[in-house]
Design a protein around this ligand. Structure first.
Ligand SMILES: [Zn+2]
Ligand SMILES: [Zn+2]
Length: 334
């Protein structure tokens, strides 16, 4: 991991694996021996979910969710590189890189797995976040999933990456500083302020009992949207099972709606979470869905100013109609 000495931008030098698809994917059932042993395999036995894990002599079969350490990790508990000194500062890319396989079915996507399966995936992510924060040298746990041919993914089988860092990543650092500044000045956090104001209705996509999905006012990517809890909440791992089920519903409905509106859509989902231990570095957590629908120009790459060829208000209107249809079909069959 190199860190720019003046500006603090981190870069991890990492060689990508060639993408693999379908039943030859190492994430597919039957290929358990191609990955590291699972640290958690969720299996259904007599209608009840059970937590199991691979042993040296036995791979757990018939899992519905499987978690293991990546065999091509971006960070590692045993990195080989050394420290470099300024102005060419570098440090070992230390940490844990877990892969959470979100479905045994290689043809599934985040927009097709059931609400039940989504709930279980979220519960597993909660569980692994708790475990990762209990390990040494973990300042932050990133959680993200990539879908589609325009995103960088070593494997098209639906999965999440959970990667720990020794420092808080730049975008989360900016959100912590901004949220605390606005909270101190106005007495309410920026996300609560957005959720409460009627002026945001033009960008609202969908809401459930506990969550709201909306396009951000200054949307960097066409069709991008956020999912936030309607009530101010800083801890993702502490949300209840009922809230997890509700989050699963809005995720499945909005991603299904997005897939209806944008053909062959590629996107990333990033969990923007607080530091999940006693700390002042807390934010109103939310999920950001970032579709990849256009190429970047020099304005984005060179200056960090995004050019968007859609308005968030138009996008919200189109997504709202499609997501409501999805919601009805999910609730109707569950
Ligand atoms: Zn808030
Ligand atoms: Zn965010």
């Amino acid at each position: 991991m190199r860190v720019d000495y003046s500006y603090g931008y981190p870069t991890i030098i990492h060689k990508y694996d060639k993408p693999v698809t379908g039943s030859s994917s190492s994430y597919a059932p039957g290929n358990e021996n191609l990955t590291n042993p699972s640290m958690l395999s969720l299996v259904v036995k007599e209608g009840v979910l059970q937590r199991q894990q691979d042993t040296e002599s036995q791979y757990i079969k018939d899992w519905v969710i499987r978690v293991f350490e990546s065999s091509n990790p971006i960070v590692s508990p045993d990195p080989h590189n050394r420290y470099g000194t300024e102005p060419f500062y570098s440090e070992p890319a230390y940490g844990y890189h877990l892969v959470v396989v979100a479905s045994p079915n290689a043809d599934d996507t985040f927009a097709t797995i059931s609400r039940e399966q989504w709930s279980n995936v979220l519960l597993v992510i909660q569980d692994r976040i708790r475990w990762l924060y209990a390990q040494k040298g973990v300042a932050y746990v990133t959680v993200y999933g990539d879908h589609g041919r325009l995103t960088e993914s070593a494997d098209t089988h639906p999965h999440f990456n959970m990667i720990t860092l020794r420092d808080i990543p730049p975008i989360i650092k900016r959100e912590i500083i901004a949220q605390h500044k606005i909270q101190n000045e106005s007495g309410s956090c920026p996300i609560c302020r957005i959720v409460a104001t009627k002026d945001n209705n033009a960008r609202k996509i969908l809401h459930t009992d506990n969550f709201i999905a909306f396009c951000p006012w200054s949307s960097p990517y066409p069709f991008s949207f956020w999912i936030a809890k309607r009530k101010h909440t800083v801890s993702f791992v502490d949300i209840t099972q009922r809230e997890v089920r509700d989050l699963a519903l809005i995720l499945r409905a909005t991603l299904g709606g997005l897939s209806r509106v944008v053909e062959d859509v590629s996107y990333s989902i990033s969990f923007h979470l607080s530091v999940e231990r006693k700390s002042s570095k807390q934010i109103h957590w939310h999920l950001e869905v970032q579709p990849v629908t256009k190429k970047w120009s020099g304005m984005e790459r060179g200056y960090g100013i995004y050019l968007n060829d859609t308005t968030p208000e138009d996008v919200a209107k189109r997504l709202a109609a499609a997501c409501k249809k999805e919601l009805t079909s999910i609730v109707g069959i569950s």
